[in-house]
Design a protein around this ligand. Structure first.
Ligand SMILES: *Cc1c(COP(=O)(O)O)cnc(C)c1O
Length: 412
């Protein structure tokens, strides 16, 4: 790889580091990190945008996006280092004409990332991390996970003949733990929450030298996630939407969405970043609640949306910067609203998502109810994971009917 294709930049101190030596956090800021505070020193991967622009004229850049050839904006050498599994390239459904959208004067699109091979958005990051590992002779990859990052890494590693080691809270939904074991990853359940799993996985990386996939630690993950923005731009016929609703836990997915559009902005392909709306559960609002505070304080998260239940948002600083720079918005929804949104989405669109993903839809509904959605605007809700991953959460809003023996017993 040409040495100057990309480099690392620290989110907090702005110091840059060459790509030759792969690093996780900014060595300078990492030293100042303290427990129970979001870590500083998360790195962004930046490219030589000027050089890309001279190399490829504007038309050529559009052609590349159209052909889904993103290598020139990814920290890998070869496109085919990415998995043979179909990762990303998920549908963007225009549901503006469905009955539940009647009388609305704007458009609604659902980006269905539950259609990834392990049924969540996380495959986008796992794919890039695995591609990088293959190109660099790395065999073992470790991650901490509330469930989806782990099942994703396990699945992609199974496909790519790599070894996955997953630290997950023992309370993670059964389906996610089942996936990890079915893909034959090494599962280490942790007596504690995600934050505990995170710390242990980093200790393991330091002790055993395993490559670490943790988000807001390994800068590659954001680069995998940003591809969703390239897809959205392409699927809207090379236009940007007005609003994108994103469920937020650690703040890595939302930063990935921002980063994708920011790359396009820097290349002059778009003129403006869409309004991105961060949606959290009121029972796990540690990122949103702290955006305007001088001192970060953490509340114990108790939401049913396990994928976004986070006490210390690991990518807090990068997310805060993006939201402030590009005038992002925030919405909090209750767990009740999340469950209702999940049901409404399923019955109106045929898309059954896990609570974390339904959170984004609940955020959209709230935004719309408070008349914040402009006329003729294009709105996208990012659906990040499948409903089959967490059946327990929705059990009390449905009821399996009593079995019958005769037709007469059916109540119509
Ligand atoms: C991980 C995840 C999120 C939240 O992503 P963050 O990067 O933690 O903000 C949302 N939905 C699903 C389904 C996830 O797996």
């Amino acid at each position: 790889m040409k040495k100057d294709k990309y480099f690392f930049e620290c989110t907090n101190c702005g110091k840059t580091y060459p790509a030759e030596n792969f690093i996780y956090l900014c060595p300078k800021c990492e030293k100042e990190n303290v427990p129970n505070q979001p870590p500083k020193g998360v790195l962004k991967i930046l490219y030589n945008y000027k050089k890309v622009k001279t190399r490829y004229k504007r038309d050529k850049l559009f052609d590349k996006l159209k052909a889904k050839e993103y290598r020139f904006l990814l920290p890998i050498k070869f496109e085919n280092s990415l998995s043979f599994l179909k990762i990303g390239k998920t549908p963007l459904y225009d549901v503006s004409n469905l009955p539940f959208m009647q009388n609305q004067n704007f458009s609604l699109f659902l980006k269905d990332d539950s259609q990834n091979p392990t049924f969540s958005f996380k495959d986008r990051a796992s794919d890039l991390v695995c591609a990088f590992a293959k190109e660099n002779g790395i065999k073992k990859i470790v991650t901490a996970s509330t469930g989806n990052a782990g099942s994703s890494l396990a699945g992609i590693c199974a496909a790519e003949n790599l070894e996955a080691i997953v630290f997950a809270p023992k309370s993670a939904p059964k389906a996610k733990l089942t996936q990890i074991l079915m893909y034959a990853a090494k599962l280490i359940t942790v007596d504690g929450n995600y934050d505990k799993a995170f710390d242990l996985s980093i200790e393991a990386t330091k002790k055993h030298g395993w490559f670490n996939r943790n988000t807001a630690y390994n800068p590659l993950t954001i680069e995998g996630k940003k591809i969703v923005s390239f897809e959205i731009f392409q699927q809207l016929n090379q236009q940007i939407p007005e609003n994108i609703f994103v469920p937020v836990g650690d703040g890595c997915i939302i930063s990935g969405v921002y980063k994708g559009f920011e790359d396009l902005l820097k290349l002059g392909i778009i003129q403006k970043i869409p309004t991105i709306i961060a949606v959290q559960s009121a029972k796990s609002d540690n990122l949103i609640r702290n955006l305007k505070n001088n001192k970060f304080t953490s509340n114990k998260s108790e939401t049913i949306a396990d994928s976004i239940a986070v006490d210390i948002p690991r990518n807090f600083w990068m997310t805060k910067q993006f939201i402030e720079k590009y005038d992002g918005k925030t919405v909090l929804v209750t767990d009740d609203e999340i469950l209702k949104a999940s049901k409404q989405l399923s019955e109106n669109s045929g898309l059954f998502t896990e609570p974390a993903a339904a959170t984004a839809f609940a955020g959209f509904q709230k935004f719309q109810q408070s008349r914040h959605v402009a006329e003729n605007s294009k709105n996208i809700v990012l659906l990040t994971g499948s409903g089959l991953k967490d059946l327990a959460s929705v059990q009390n809003i449905i009821e399996v009917p009593q079995p019958i023996k005769k037709l007469e017993e059916i109540k119509l």
